[in-house]
Design a protein around this ligand. Structure first.
Ligand SMILES: Cc1cc2nc3c(=O)[nH]c(=O)nc-3n(C[C@H](O)[C@H](O)[C@H](O)COP(=O)(O)OP(=O)(O)OC[C@H]3O[C@@H](n4cnc5c(N)ncnc54)[C@H](O)[C@@H]3O)c2cc1C
Length: 500
């Protein structure tokens, strides 16, 4: 490499300008691109994506059996019907997203292998300056944009979260995190322990069970699951009647969302009855003699953590067949042969999979600054979980936990497009959320109430997230059923929006 090349790589020579710049081309970024082309035609925009291709979560996770844990009628966009079984593999989701890109000619707007490293706002120019590095060539690039649409997800894609257990290095077998699944991992006839009992464990275990000598799901405490047929009755009936797929998609979405809202309310109002519903479905697969109290009865109220859907009860079928089993215990330390539990029992394994979760990453590891001052999102208050006090012309897509993430992708997109149109019509060049005089005495609280929703990665990373207020406009309330009506009614002239 000669000196000239080094200089070129270190400092961008040109700056490209776009009206809107999107971070990421996962389900959120591709959705944002679609809505911009349809709702704000003529707006120039680019999506910068660190990976080699689109899909985000669905390309970076490559473990056996990788699939959605919520239905694709609602995890799919509202504008593109999902026409097959509701729980889908990563490959099917990627095919669906690829079709959205192709059908709407979005490819020219997406640049892959572009990692955004910094985003700096200048009030003098009313612009964000975004710097990115090409992961293939190392070249540094500079962009300016009026509006920064953060669709970079909520966790770090480069590495997952693995707790530090005593003597991990002593284990003679292989330790694998699902986020870094080795392409050539041979688990045939191997003894496997999967640590964790979230959606990832529940996916991996049935996918591996038939090939392994045995799979053990080792959990410190149990998780709730929903289970049933991988089919939605109303969609099947409408399909039999040869109803148009667009209608089927819309009607099925409404039915699912209505039922989900009713169930969510039940978890708050009659938690014991909701718990019974979930546990009796598990019992139907495992039988009365199985120790459901120990292995599948969490200590928390249903919906305080995400509830994964287990299609056709495949996890439970694996347990019933004896190919898989559950151990509820705590890890004392690793040994040469496996894991020593606090109960004194030793579990032996050839492979240990740490399905122990994510590193929360609120800002895509992007260095932010406003007028030269570093920005820490934890110092801001969120406007409805998508904008932040003192941060101009920026929206972040943070979806739902109790409903499909994508429902909020569509809702936030409608809001952004309405806001951009309003700014164009009024000649505003910037919009900054700001607490109104009546909000100043409002107590500021963590992003989400742990009583409401408290998975490990949220608890570990809560200090990194913006604050919430106690009024609905100053929080992400995780309630699609309410927000579907509230978002379109947001008054863009409200004093919470300061235009300039
Ligand atoms: C295994 C798994 C299964 C899941 N299943 C479901 C489900 O069934 N239903 C559901 O509702 N939710 C599910 N989730 C949550 C899921 O992450 C979201 O629903 C959704 O896929 C997130 O989409 P996204 O586009 O917002 O973010 P991501 O999928 O995380 O995509 C973000 C993209 O931004 C890119 N990016 C990040 N930082 C930068 C940067 N600095 N510069 C450039 N690019 C950047 C990343 O490379 C990535 O491609 C699941 C999560 C996991 C991990």
């Amino acid at each position: 490499m000669n000196v000239q090349t080094q200089i070129d790589k270190a400092s961008p020579r040109t700056t490209e300008h776009f009206d809107v710049l999107i971070a990421g081309a996962g389900i959120s970024g591709v959705g944002a691109a679609y809505h911009l082309t349809t709702q704000c035609p003529g707006t120039t925009f680019v999506a910068l994506e660190a990976q080699k291709t689109f899909g985000g979560t669905w390309t970076t996770h490559r473990y056996p059996g990788i699939r959605s844990d919520s239905d694709l009628h609602t995890f799919g966009y509202r504008f593109k019907p999902w026409t097959t079984a509701p729980i889908a593999s990563a490959a099917e989701i990627l095919k669906y997203m690829g079709d959205v890109i192709e059908e709407n000619d979005l490819a020219p707007h997406i640049r892959y292998q572009h990692t955004i490293t910094s985003a700096k706002w200048s009030s003098e120019e009313n612009l964000w300056t975004i710097e990115a590095t090409r992961t293939d060539t190392g070249e540094k690039l500079r962009f300016t944009t009026n509006f920064f649409w953060m669709c970079q997800g909520y966790y770090r894609h480069t590495e997952g979260y693995t707790p530090e257990w005593t003597d991990m290095a002593k284990f003679k077998g292989l330790i694998v995190h699902p986020q870094k699944w080795p392409e050539d991992l041979d688990y045939k006839n191997k003894r496997v322990i999967v640590i964790g009992s979230g959606a990832t464990a529940a996916t991996l275990i049935p996918a591996m069970a038939n090939d392994c000598a045995h799979v053990t799901m080792l959990q410190r405490s149990p998780t709730y699951f929903r289970t049933g047929r991988n089919a939605i009755e109303i969609a099947e009936q409408l399909r039999q009647l040869q109803v148009d797929e667009k209608w089927i998609h819309e009607i099925t979405r409404r039915k699912i969302l209505f039922d989900q809202d009713a169930f969510t309310r039940k978890t708050f109002e009659e938690p014991e009855a909701a718990k019974k519903d979930l546990l009796s479905a598990v019992e139907a697969y495992l039988g009365k003699d199985y120790d459901i109290a120990t292995h599948f009865t969490p200590r928390y109220r249903p919906w305080r953590q995400r509830i994964a859907f287990i299609p056709d009860g495949d996890l439970f079928q694996g347990i019933k067949s004896g190919k898989a089993s559950v151990v509820t215990d705590e890890i004392d330390r690793f040994t040469e042969k496996g894991i020593l539990l606090k109960s004194g029992k030793e579990l032996e394994a050839d492979i240990i999979v740490t399905a122990t979760g994510f590193h929360l990453c609120a800002n895509g590891d992007i260095e932010f600054a406003i007028d030269g001052k570093p920005l820490d999102f934890a110092d801001t208050v969120t406007y409805r979980g998508m904008m932040f006090t003192g941060v101009p012309n920026l929206v972040w897509v943070f979806g739902y936990f109790r409903a499909s993430w994508t429902l909020r992708v569509d809702l936030v997109a409608d809001f952004v497009c309405r806001l951009l149109t309003h700014m164009k019509e009024t000649g505003a060049r910037k919009v900054t959320p700001q607490l109104r005089p009546e909000d100043h005495n409002m107590p500021l609280l963590p992003w989400i109430d742990p009583e409401n929703f408290n998975p490990g990665y949220m608890m570990r990373g809560m200090h990194l997230l913006p604050k919430r207020g106690e009024k609905p406009e100053w929080q992400h309330n995780q309630d699609y059923w309410a927000e579907k009506d509230e978002f379109p009614a947001i008054d863009l002239k409200d004093k919470a929006f300061v235009y300039g």
